[in-house]
Every structure is written in C-alpha cells, then in structure tokens.
Design a protein around this ligand. Structure first.
Ligand code: HEC
Length: 179
C-alpha cells in the first residue's frame, strides 16, 4: 500500500529533478560555447591593435600615477614623457629605464628633477615593456628622433645585458655606457 501511494508522488518529483538537471546542463553548455566564441573573437583583433590596447592599459596602471594620463608629468616631481628627448630617442636606453628605474638629478625640457622611479623588472614581461613603450612613443605628439619600434626581443636582450643591475640608473650612467 505504501509503495503504491509513494509511486505516483515519487514519479513526478523524480522527473522534475531530471528535467531541472538537464536544463542546468543545457545552460552550462550554452555558457561554455558563449565564452569560447567571445574569447576567440578577442583573439581575432590584429596583434597591433591588441598591443596598442595593452600598452595604454599598462600605462594607466603602471606609469600614469606619476607621469599623468596626458604624459605631462608633474613639474619638478615627475618628468613629462611627452616632452622628453629620451622618450623620443634610442629605444634601448628607454627599455633600461623602464626595467630598472632611474634616480638622481636630471633636466627634462629645461626643468630639474631629482626623484626615484621604481624598477618594473619583476612586474612587466618583455611583451608588456615593449607595448607600454610603443604606446608612450606614439602618444601626445611625441616626435621620434629614433623611429624604431620596440619589440619583445629587444627587451629580452636589454634585460639579459643589464641583469646585474640592482639600483635605478643615474643620468650619468645612462649617458656613459649604452646600457
Ligand atoms: C612612482 C612614480 C613613477 C612611476 C610609477 C613611473 N615613473 Fe618614470 N620617472 C619617475 C621619476 C621621479 C623620474 C625621474 C627620475 C630622476 O629624477 O632621475 C622618471 C623618469 C622616467 C623617464 C626618463 C625621462 C627622461 O627624459 O629622462 C622615463 C622614460 C620614464 N620615467 C618612463 C616611465 C614609464 C614608461 C613608466 C611606466 C612603466 C614609469 N616611468 C613609471 C617616476 C615614475
């Protein structure tokens, strides 16, 4: 008697549970397909576009707090990258500055600075250093005196050659040796 009363009750409850499980399964599959499709669409961006986007994000996260969104810096405290001869010049010097930082007196666009820029050696990959420097060199109307594009293999090379470095560069050191 008990089993015949349980039967009709257990039946629909069970099939409802089965229906719910398969509905959840379908939703999961749809979500997986959705993410697969949207992330492959992201990969279809040309690598130059993707790099430019990445460069500006890295700049916002790692440089703008000092050098400001518009690259004008803060007079007397953080030099204006937009007006820097070094930014416009030899990429390998720039790569060394970003990897190891810089300290001591410098003059940029006629204004003296004597601060400390921290190293990014342990936080930015070769690709990221290249992306952020290409962003900086192609922003704010910077007129390049050395027109080369920075690529990850140049960063890798400078990183190897300057691996011994533990303190930020001074301007004298940057001038004396090609880092
Ligand atoms: C904590 C503040 C700070 C951050 C963050 C910072 N910098 Fe600097 N940067 C400085 C200071 C200060 C100097 C000047 C150092 C000196 O007085 O010797 C400098 C100098 C420079 C110079 C040399 C400019 C010249 O004309 O000689 C470059 C290039 C540069 N920074 C690029 C960057 C880039 C690119 C980033 C982001 C990856 C960055 N900096 C992040 C503070 C910062």
């Amino acid at each position: 008697m008990t089993s015949s009363t349980n039967g009709p009750v257990g039946g629909p409850a069970k099939s409802y549970r089965a229906w719910l499980l398969s509905a959840l399964g379908v939703i999961a599959v749809v979500l997986v397909i959705y993410y697969a499709v949207t992330s492959s669409m992201g990969r279809n961006l040309s690598s130059a576009d993707a790099n430019a986007a990445k460069g500006s994000t890295i700049y916002q996260n790692r440089c703008a707090s000092c050098h400001q969104d518009d690259g004008q810096g803060v007079e007397g405290a953080y030099p204006p990258l937009a007006l820097s001869e070094r930014v416009a010049g030899d990429p390998s010097t720039l790569i060394s500055i970003v990897l190891h930082g810089m300290q001591g007196p410098i003059t940029v666009h006629g204004v003296k600075y004597n601060g400390v820029m921290p190293s990014t050696m342990d936080v930015l990959s070769d690709n990221e250093v290249a992306a952020v420097l290409n962003y900086v060199r192609s922003s704010w109307g910077v007129k390049l005196t050395d027109k080369g594009t920075v690529d990850a293999s140049m960063v890798e090379d400078v990183r190897k050659r300057t691996a011994h470095r533990v303190t930020p560069w001074t301007e004298t050191e940057l001038g004396e040796q090609k880092p």
